[in-house]
Design a protein around this ligand. Structure first.
Ligand code: SF4
Length: 409
């Protein structure tokens, strides 16, 4: 197993995406509060940590915590919009700190679409420059993309562009939009795609990548929309391998430990051959239509074997000497997962959002709310509200962003 955890090192950002699911909060981290979380991952024998945000490069101690996590033996990745890595000196500083892999997020290589999604000007050239800089500094580059209504029809166009212009990029990650949190929740109608909106362009994009020998993962897309690549589903890989994920949210949710990867299913899923290894429809927030799910009838065991035999996967450990030993382990885990879901009353629909049962036992506090943090948050939120004026974007609700009984306004 190769569990990878997430630490949100900041929650502010220099972009203003209308579908941001993790917008500003008054919580802040210093080096020590991040170090505790890194140590916790090490104790849990995690393979790596992903430093994310907000925009993580805005934290002044990002190089220091990167170096620390590396020293503890963790594989370290950063997810960034690329704005600061477009500065070669900063990129070098991160490489010197030990960063070897960066995920640069680009939603579309059409500048007008990217700008509309980012809520800021000239973001695309900086993100592309960040990729060039990272490659020059010896940092491997992956591209992250959130699938949404505005880019859904041309995911393959973006891939064609990257393959031609930046052949050094070998791995791509898609996340279907999570409509349950932040500005994504209150701007659902504008950004949440129908599954059918991206079905064809995603299939074309995956085929292009597969043909060119590149690798890819897709999260929050049900297997009936993954065409001939169900083994590339993040949820399916985690279900098959029995992996968990801990996310340290820098907000009132704090730590969320995800061990179950099953979301929403319909009656038709009951006859689907992939049901037991499919994450279903990620529909917290009710942004998607379960009526779009259609059962498929393909060989489930072939998908499982593809995942277990993938020697390029960092979690490849030859953990299961035979398919039968995997099956026995899987049956056990499936029963445990069912029991957990039933205990939470989530057998039919998992639309309640992260619940307290997900909190890791003895998890350390995630950041702190200081007077300074509150002041910065209040002024950031005012500035963002001004940006939202004149657009048709709604500002996120404060409920999940701030500690209970806090009134930052
Ligand atoms: S029909 Fe249901 S179980 Fe089958 S692939 Fe689609 S979402 Fe998954």
């Amino acid at each position: 197993m190769a569990n990878i955890g997430y630490i949100q090192v900041v929650r502010h950002c220099n972009h203003f995406c209308g579908f941001c699911s993790n917008p500003s909060t008054p919580y802040t981290h210093d080096f020590d509060s991040m170090r505790v979380l890194v140590d916790d991952f090490v104790e849990r024998d995690y393979f790596g940590v992903i430093l994310t945000g907000g925009e993580p490069t805005l934290h002044p101690e990002l190089p220091r915590i990167t170096a620390y996590a590396r020293e503890q033996g963790l594989h370290v990745r950063v997810i960034t919009n690329g704005h600061r890595l477009a500065d070669l000196d900063f990129c070098r500083e991160m490489a010197d700190a030990g960063l070897t892999l960066v995920h640069v997020s680009v939603y579309s290589t059409r500048p007008d679409v990217e700008e509309a999604l980012r809520g800021a000007k000239d973001t695309l050239p900086r993100a592309l420059q960040a990729m060039e800089n990272a490659d020059r500094c010896g940092i491997e580059v992956n591209v992250n993309c959130v699938i949404n209504r505005l880019n859904a029809d041309h995911l393959d166009e973006t891939i064609r562009h990257h393959i031609k212009e930046r052949p050094f990029i070998r791995h791509f990650v898609w996340n279907n939009l999570d409509p349950s949190m932040g500005r994504a929740e209150v701007n659902q109608a504008r950004f949440t795609p129908r599954l059918a909106d991206f079905e064809l362009s995603l299939a074309r994009a995956l085929r292009l990548l597969h043909k060119s020998g590149r690798s890819f993962r897709v999260e929050k897309v049900p297997l009936c929309y993954m065409g001939e690549f169900p083994w590339a589903s993040t949820e399916t890989r985690k279900i098959v391998k029995g992996e968990e994920r801990i996310v340290h949210f820098l907000d009132a949710k704090q730590t969320v430990r995800q061990r179950d990867w099953e979301h929403v299913y319909t009656e038709g899923c009951g006859v689907c051959s992939l049901r037991l290894i499919c994450g279903g429809l990620f529909d917290r927030g009710g942004g998607y239509d379960p009526g779009e799910l259609t059962p498929v009838f393909v060989d489930r065991d072939q998908v499982v074997r593809h995942i277990l035999d993938d020697q390029a996967d960092p979690s490849y450990r030859n953990r299961f000497p035979s398919f039968e030993s995997w099956q026995a382990d899987f049956d056990l885990r499936a029963a445990e997962s069912r029991a957990r879901r039933e205990a939470r009353g989530l057998e039919a629909r998992d639309d309640s959002g992260p619940s307290p049962e997900f909190r890791a036992e003895g998890a350390p506090a995630v950041g702190a709310v200081t007077k300074r943090g509150l002041r910065l948050f209040t002024s950031k939120r005012r500035a963002e509200a001004r940006k939202a004026e004149g657009t048709d974007l709604a500002m996120e609700s404060l409920a999940a962003q701030v500690p209970p009984e806090t009134d930052p306004d």
